[in-house]
Ligand binder design. Structure first.
Ligand code: GDP
Length: 445
């Protein structure tokens, strides 16, 4: 995962801290130094790191930590709060125009993921009862228009494109005409995809600025690939100077890059990150929440996104039923199987497990996670009797042997499944009752 290494380093730092009762100034300095190194190694921009560690140090030496019952935990809390601040603080959502259509323009380097994002955003908006129109104003890259048409087809939304053969035409005119078209056909959101280059270049910047002038967008989203590393900050500054933008979208957060530079973008440009893109499929897309991202980086878990994605994967009635079952402690292995089968459709189990608190410690297993695991789990549960699925307490030794034999698995596999089920049910019960799950070794956050 993108912030895996940073996460591991910070976890180590906090683990060392946790063995201490009171913190001396030397403890604080040592911790701050380690955080600083971890952030720099993750490619977070130097200015951002300096500012961040300065604030953490000042607060960690102050009264709030001195007087805290658990000073180490208080330091984690401070790091969490300051991390949220560099990621932009409050979550920011799209500003919709008072009078339709809302115009959203996308800008960024070629390959950043703009066209893919256009499809993701359109699909997401359509789900929310909007009627988006995608506009192909990238007339530079061969096939860009066609790619947008394909993406539009996948998202099930309309695409406005120049007539074939007219492709060498004028992107500013295409963008401008598309707005008239949208008003005429009553589309309520217009998403304008623009051309990028492999590097920042004056012509591209001018074209993007001209399109901006022509369509007067409500939002200009700067799309940036989290994998481009240290160039992220310079690229963001160039786009801010050349076109300016109202928000940032981080893409390819599913990659293995260090990603820290992308984390600096909000802080360096003063523009909020609004969305995150986490894969090639159109559903790999989420609104960005600074607090949730900070939790994920600090491995405090991202339960809220987890629940939302689970709800997205199930229908709403089903989700309500399941939540009620968790709350009342009547969630059974049969329900577990039902959920797994639905999840397989969603294909995102791995990503979801990654959002659990403490998932960082399981990162290696997660990376080796195999969706065939679901098939094995199914085999085990299907070898149980109905009574056993309803009440796992019935599962004594001889029953487990029978189930292992029936499913072609070992007794250890059966034991592990039952144990996992019980842990998940317990944790979800806490969440469903509005609590915060305990994080092993840390106490409630
Ligand atoms: P554009 O040139 O900015 O329009 O970029 P594209 O939308 O064509 O994306 C470039 C490549 O990146 C394509 O192969 C996409 O499938 C891929 N891509 C886009 N977003 C993501 C993402 O979030 N994760 C991953 N892994 N790949 C992505």
């Amino acid at each position: 995962a993108t912030f895996g290494n940073l996460s591991d380093r910070l976890a180590d730092t906090f683990r060392n801290l946790r063995t201490k009762g009171k913190l001396s100034p030397a403890d604080v300095d040592g911790t701050v130094r380690e955080i600083r190194r971890a952030l720099l190694d993750a490619d977070v921009a130097l200015d951002v790191v300096k500012d961040f560690t300065g604030k953490v140090r000042e607060r960690a030496l102050g009264d709030e930590v001195n007087k805290a019952l658990n000073p180490a935990q208080q330091v984690v809390q401070i790091v969490n709060e300051e991390l949220i601040a560099i990621l932009g603080g409050e979550a920011r959502r799209i500003n919709f125009a008072k009078k339709a259509p809302t115009v959203i323009m996308l800008a960024g380097l070629q390959g950043a993921g703009k066209t893919t994002l256009a499809g993701k955003l359109a699909k997401w908006l359509a789900k929310d009862n909007h009627t988006p129109l995608l506009v192909a104003a990238d007339l530079q890259r061969p096939n860009a228009v066609q790619q947008l048409q394909v993406v539009g087809g996948q998202a099930g939304v309309a695409v406005y494109a120049p007539e074939p053969g007219n492709g060498v035409g004028n992107p500013v005119k295409v963008a401008k005409d598309s707005i008239k078209w949208a008003i005429d056909k009553q589309y309520d959101v217009v998403i304008v995809d623009t051309a990028g280059r492999l590097g920042v270049d004056a012509d591209m910047m001018k074209q993007a600025a001209d399109i901006r002038k022509a369509v007067d967008p409500d939002e200009v989203l700067f799309v940036i690939d989290a994998m481009i590393g240290q160039d992220a900050v310079a690229t963001a500054k160039a786009f801010q100077a050349g076109v300016d933008f109202t928000g940032v979208v981080l893409t390819k957060l599913d990659g293995d890059a260090r990603g820290g530079a992308a984390l600096s973008v909000a802080s360096v440009t003063g523009r909020p990150i609004i969305f995150a893109s986490t894969g090639e499929s159109l559903d790999d897309f989420e609104p960005f929440y600074p607090d949730r991202m900070a939790s994920r980086i600090l491995d405090l878990g991202d339960i809220l996104t987890l629940i939302e994605q689970a709800q997205g994967a199930f229908d709403e009635e089903e989700a309500k039923k399941v939540a009620e079952k968790f709350r009342t402690d009547s969630f059974t292995l049969e329900d577990f199987l039902g959920q797994m089968q639905q999840l397989r459709g969603a294909g995102s189990l791995k990503k979801m497990i990654g959002m659990l608190p403490g998932a960082g410690a399981m990162r290696e297993q997660l990376d080796n996670f195999d969706e065939r695991e679901i098939v094995r789990t199914e085999a085990i549960i299907q070898s149980m009797t109905k009574a056993e699925r309803q009440n796992p307490k019935l599962l004594n030794g001889s029953r487990r042997v029978r189930i292992a034999r029936g499913s072609g698995m070992t007794v250890t596999d059966v034991n592990q499944l039952v144990q996992r089920f019980e842990q998940a049910a317990k944790m979800m019960k806490t969440v469903a009752r509005g609590g915060v799950p305990q994080i092993p070794g840390m106490g409630p956050i």
